[in-house]
Ligand binder design. Structure first.
Ligand code: C5P
Length: 226
């Protein structure tokens, strides 16, 4: 039997990957892997356990053993459980993102999450959202997209998202944190954020989410059907 089709969408924070992946998965009726959430959950599990951010073996153990469930609440909004506790909002803070980026640089943690991520590839297919989906986790994906946007636009989008959630943040702080996180993600030795050689690069600066989704769907239909 042939393996389920995978669409790998990688790119930096704030490139619009989350929204685009969710909508493309819904349009195609595919499963969704939010790999960043797994790193965020590992960071949070480590904090709950009182681990130092650099404790590689401790975080790898948690990454392998944590019980994670992705689902939705009564209104259909995303809900995520970590060891039976709802952590949807807790993992979406900037602090959780920074912690995630620190534990994501630990090799044993990345290794511990490989099988967990590949398990998401089931029929009828998967849209995988991350940094290394096309390069490391699904190197034979049918379609690889590298989604970018200018740093200013990404900071502005993040700012609006957080403001909508009622969280108070400063645009200047966000821009600085995004630049720091980009730098750490792109310069780390393990699975740095780079486009796969066979990825289609898509710059979403100035495009609406609808326009980006439409472009990805066109490519998906060409590759998966055509
Ligand atoms: O995408 P998100 O902002 O939720 O990711 C949080 C952090 O997890 C990223 O900054 C990155 O360091 C790490 N990550 C990763 N590989 C992935 C997904 C996320 O290293 N596939």
């Amino acid at each position: 039997m042939s393996s389920p089709p995978v669409i790998a969408i990688d790119g930096p924070s704030g490139s619009g990957k989350g929204t685009v992946c969710r909508r493309v998965a819904a349009e195609l009726g595919f499963h969704l892997l939010d790999s960043g959430a797994l790193y965020r959950l590992t960071g949070l599990a480590g904090r709950h356990a009182g681990l130092a951010p650099g404790d590689e073996a401790g975080h790898a153990r948690l990454a392998r053993g944590m019980q994670v469930e992705f689902g939705a609440d009564e209104r259909g909004d995303e809900r995520i459980w970590l060891n039976g506790e709802v952590v949807t909002d807790a993992i979406r803070t900037e602090q959780a993102g920074n912690l995630a980026s620190q534990v994501a640089s630990l090799g044993a943690v990345r290794q511990a999450l490989v099988a967990r991520q590949r398990d998401f590839a089931t029929l009828p297919g998967l849209v995988a959202d991350g940094r290394d989906m096309g390069t490391q986790i699904f190197p034979t994906a049918a379609l690889k997209i590298f989604l970018t946007a200018s740093a200013e636009e990404r900071a502005r989008r993040r700012y609006n998202q957080l403001k909508d959630k009622g969280l108070s943040v400063s645009l200047a702080d966000l821009s600085r944190e995004i630049a720091e996180r980009d730098h750490r993600d792109a310069s780390r030795a393990l699975a740095p954020l780079v486009a796969a050689a066979d990825a289609v690069e898509l710059d979403s600066t100035g495009l609406t989410p609808d326009e980006v989704v439409a472009r990805v769907l066109t490519l998906a239909r060409e590759r998966l059907i055509g």
